[in-house]
Design a protein around this ligand. Structure first.
Ligand code: ADP
Ligand code: MG
Length: 247
């Protein structure tokens, strides 16, 4: 469970103080699939960085599975991120002199959890899943923006994080490729139980998550749960009718 309490983020520029997030409080239960939406400049990227423990709030706390990021020094925070957190940056941040395969493989090798051979196999498998099975030996600059986006997503997931943060994961993709990414995220959430928190401008993508948090000027102005898709057959356990009938 991810818990954010009273998150405020301020930047000082000269004698002017800019409040980018103000008193943001919410919980993300394990296995949830949450989207954060809002206009450009509303604080989405800043919030994601705080939630992932990449950045520190001016006030408030973020805790993951009961561990308060603010009580850890940078080394222990980095270790916790390495164990539990995957992050897809809006700007990808791939390592230029490494191939797509090596970029994806690196976090797994660093974790020491598997052999180099196994790391390469897993990285290749993930690249295939994001549709880049034939681009494994390309360097980032030889890939389109959308392809780099997909490499970044594969890299974020290679350690099978408990929670995955993604900043505009379909922002640079055409419709078909974006759809592929959405399906991949849904599969990671459903099949691996990976908690996902993503930032998006795309209303269609937001509608396909379980819950949408809307920011405006650094404040949560809406937090809505989406209806689950209607059951296809009678007797689906989660439908209210079925629950009422069996009660
Ligand atoms: P969004 O992702 O919703 O577009 P951001 O979180 O990137 O918004 O930024 C929110 C606001 O915070 C913007 O007005 C931006 O200019 C400001 N901001 C972000 N990072 C910094 C920083 N390091 N220093 C000063 N202002 C910043
Ligand atoms: Mg942003």
């Amino acid at each position: 469970m991810l818990v954010a309490r009273g998150l405020t983020k301020e930047y000082q520029s000269g004698d002017h103080r800019l409040t980018v997030l103000r008193d943001v409080t919410f919980d993300v239960p394990d296995g949830a699939f949450v989207s954060i939406v809002g206009p450009s400049g509303s604080g989405k990227t800043t919030l994601l960085g705080l939630l992932a423990g990449l950045d520190t709030p001016s006030q408030g706390t973020v805790s993951l599975d009961g561990v308060d990021f603010g009580r850890l020094d940078e080394d222990r925070r980095a270790r916790l991120r390495g164990e539990k957190v995957g992050f897809v940056f809006q700007s990808f941040q791939l390592i230029p002199p490494l191939t797509a395969l090596e970029n994806v493989q690196v976090p797994l090798e660093l974790s020491g959890a598997v052999s180099v051979r196994e790391a390469a196999a897993r990285a290749r498998d993930l690249l295939t899943r994001v549709g880049l099975g034939d681009r494994t030996h390309h360097f980032p600059q030889q890939l389109s923006g959308g392809e780099q986006q997909r490499v970044a997503l594969a890299r974020a997931f290679v350690n099978e994080p408990k929670i995955l943060f993604a900043d505009e994961p379909t922002g640079n993709l055409d419709g078909a490729t974006g759809e592929r990414i959405v399906e991949l995220l849904q599969a990671l959430n459903r099949e691996r139980g990976c908690t996902i928190v993503l930032v998006t401008h795309d209303v269609n993508l937001a509608a396909r998550t379980q819950r949408t948090i809307r920011l405006r000027d650094g404040v949560i102005v809406e937090d809505v749960r989406h209806e689950p898709p209607a059951p296809i057959a009678a007797g689906a356990e989660s439908s209210p009718a079925a629950t009422a009938a069996s009660a």
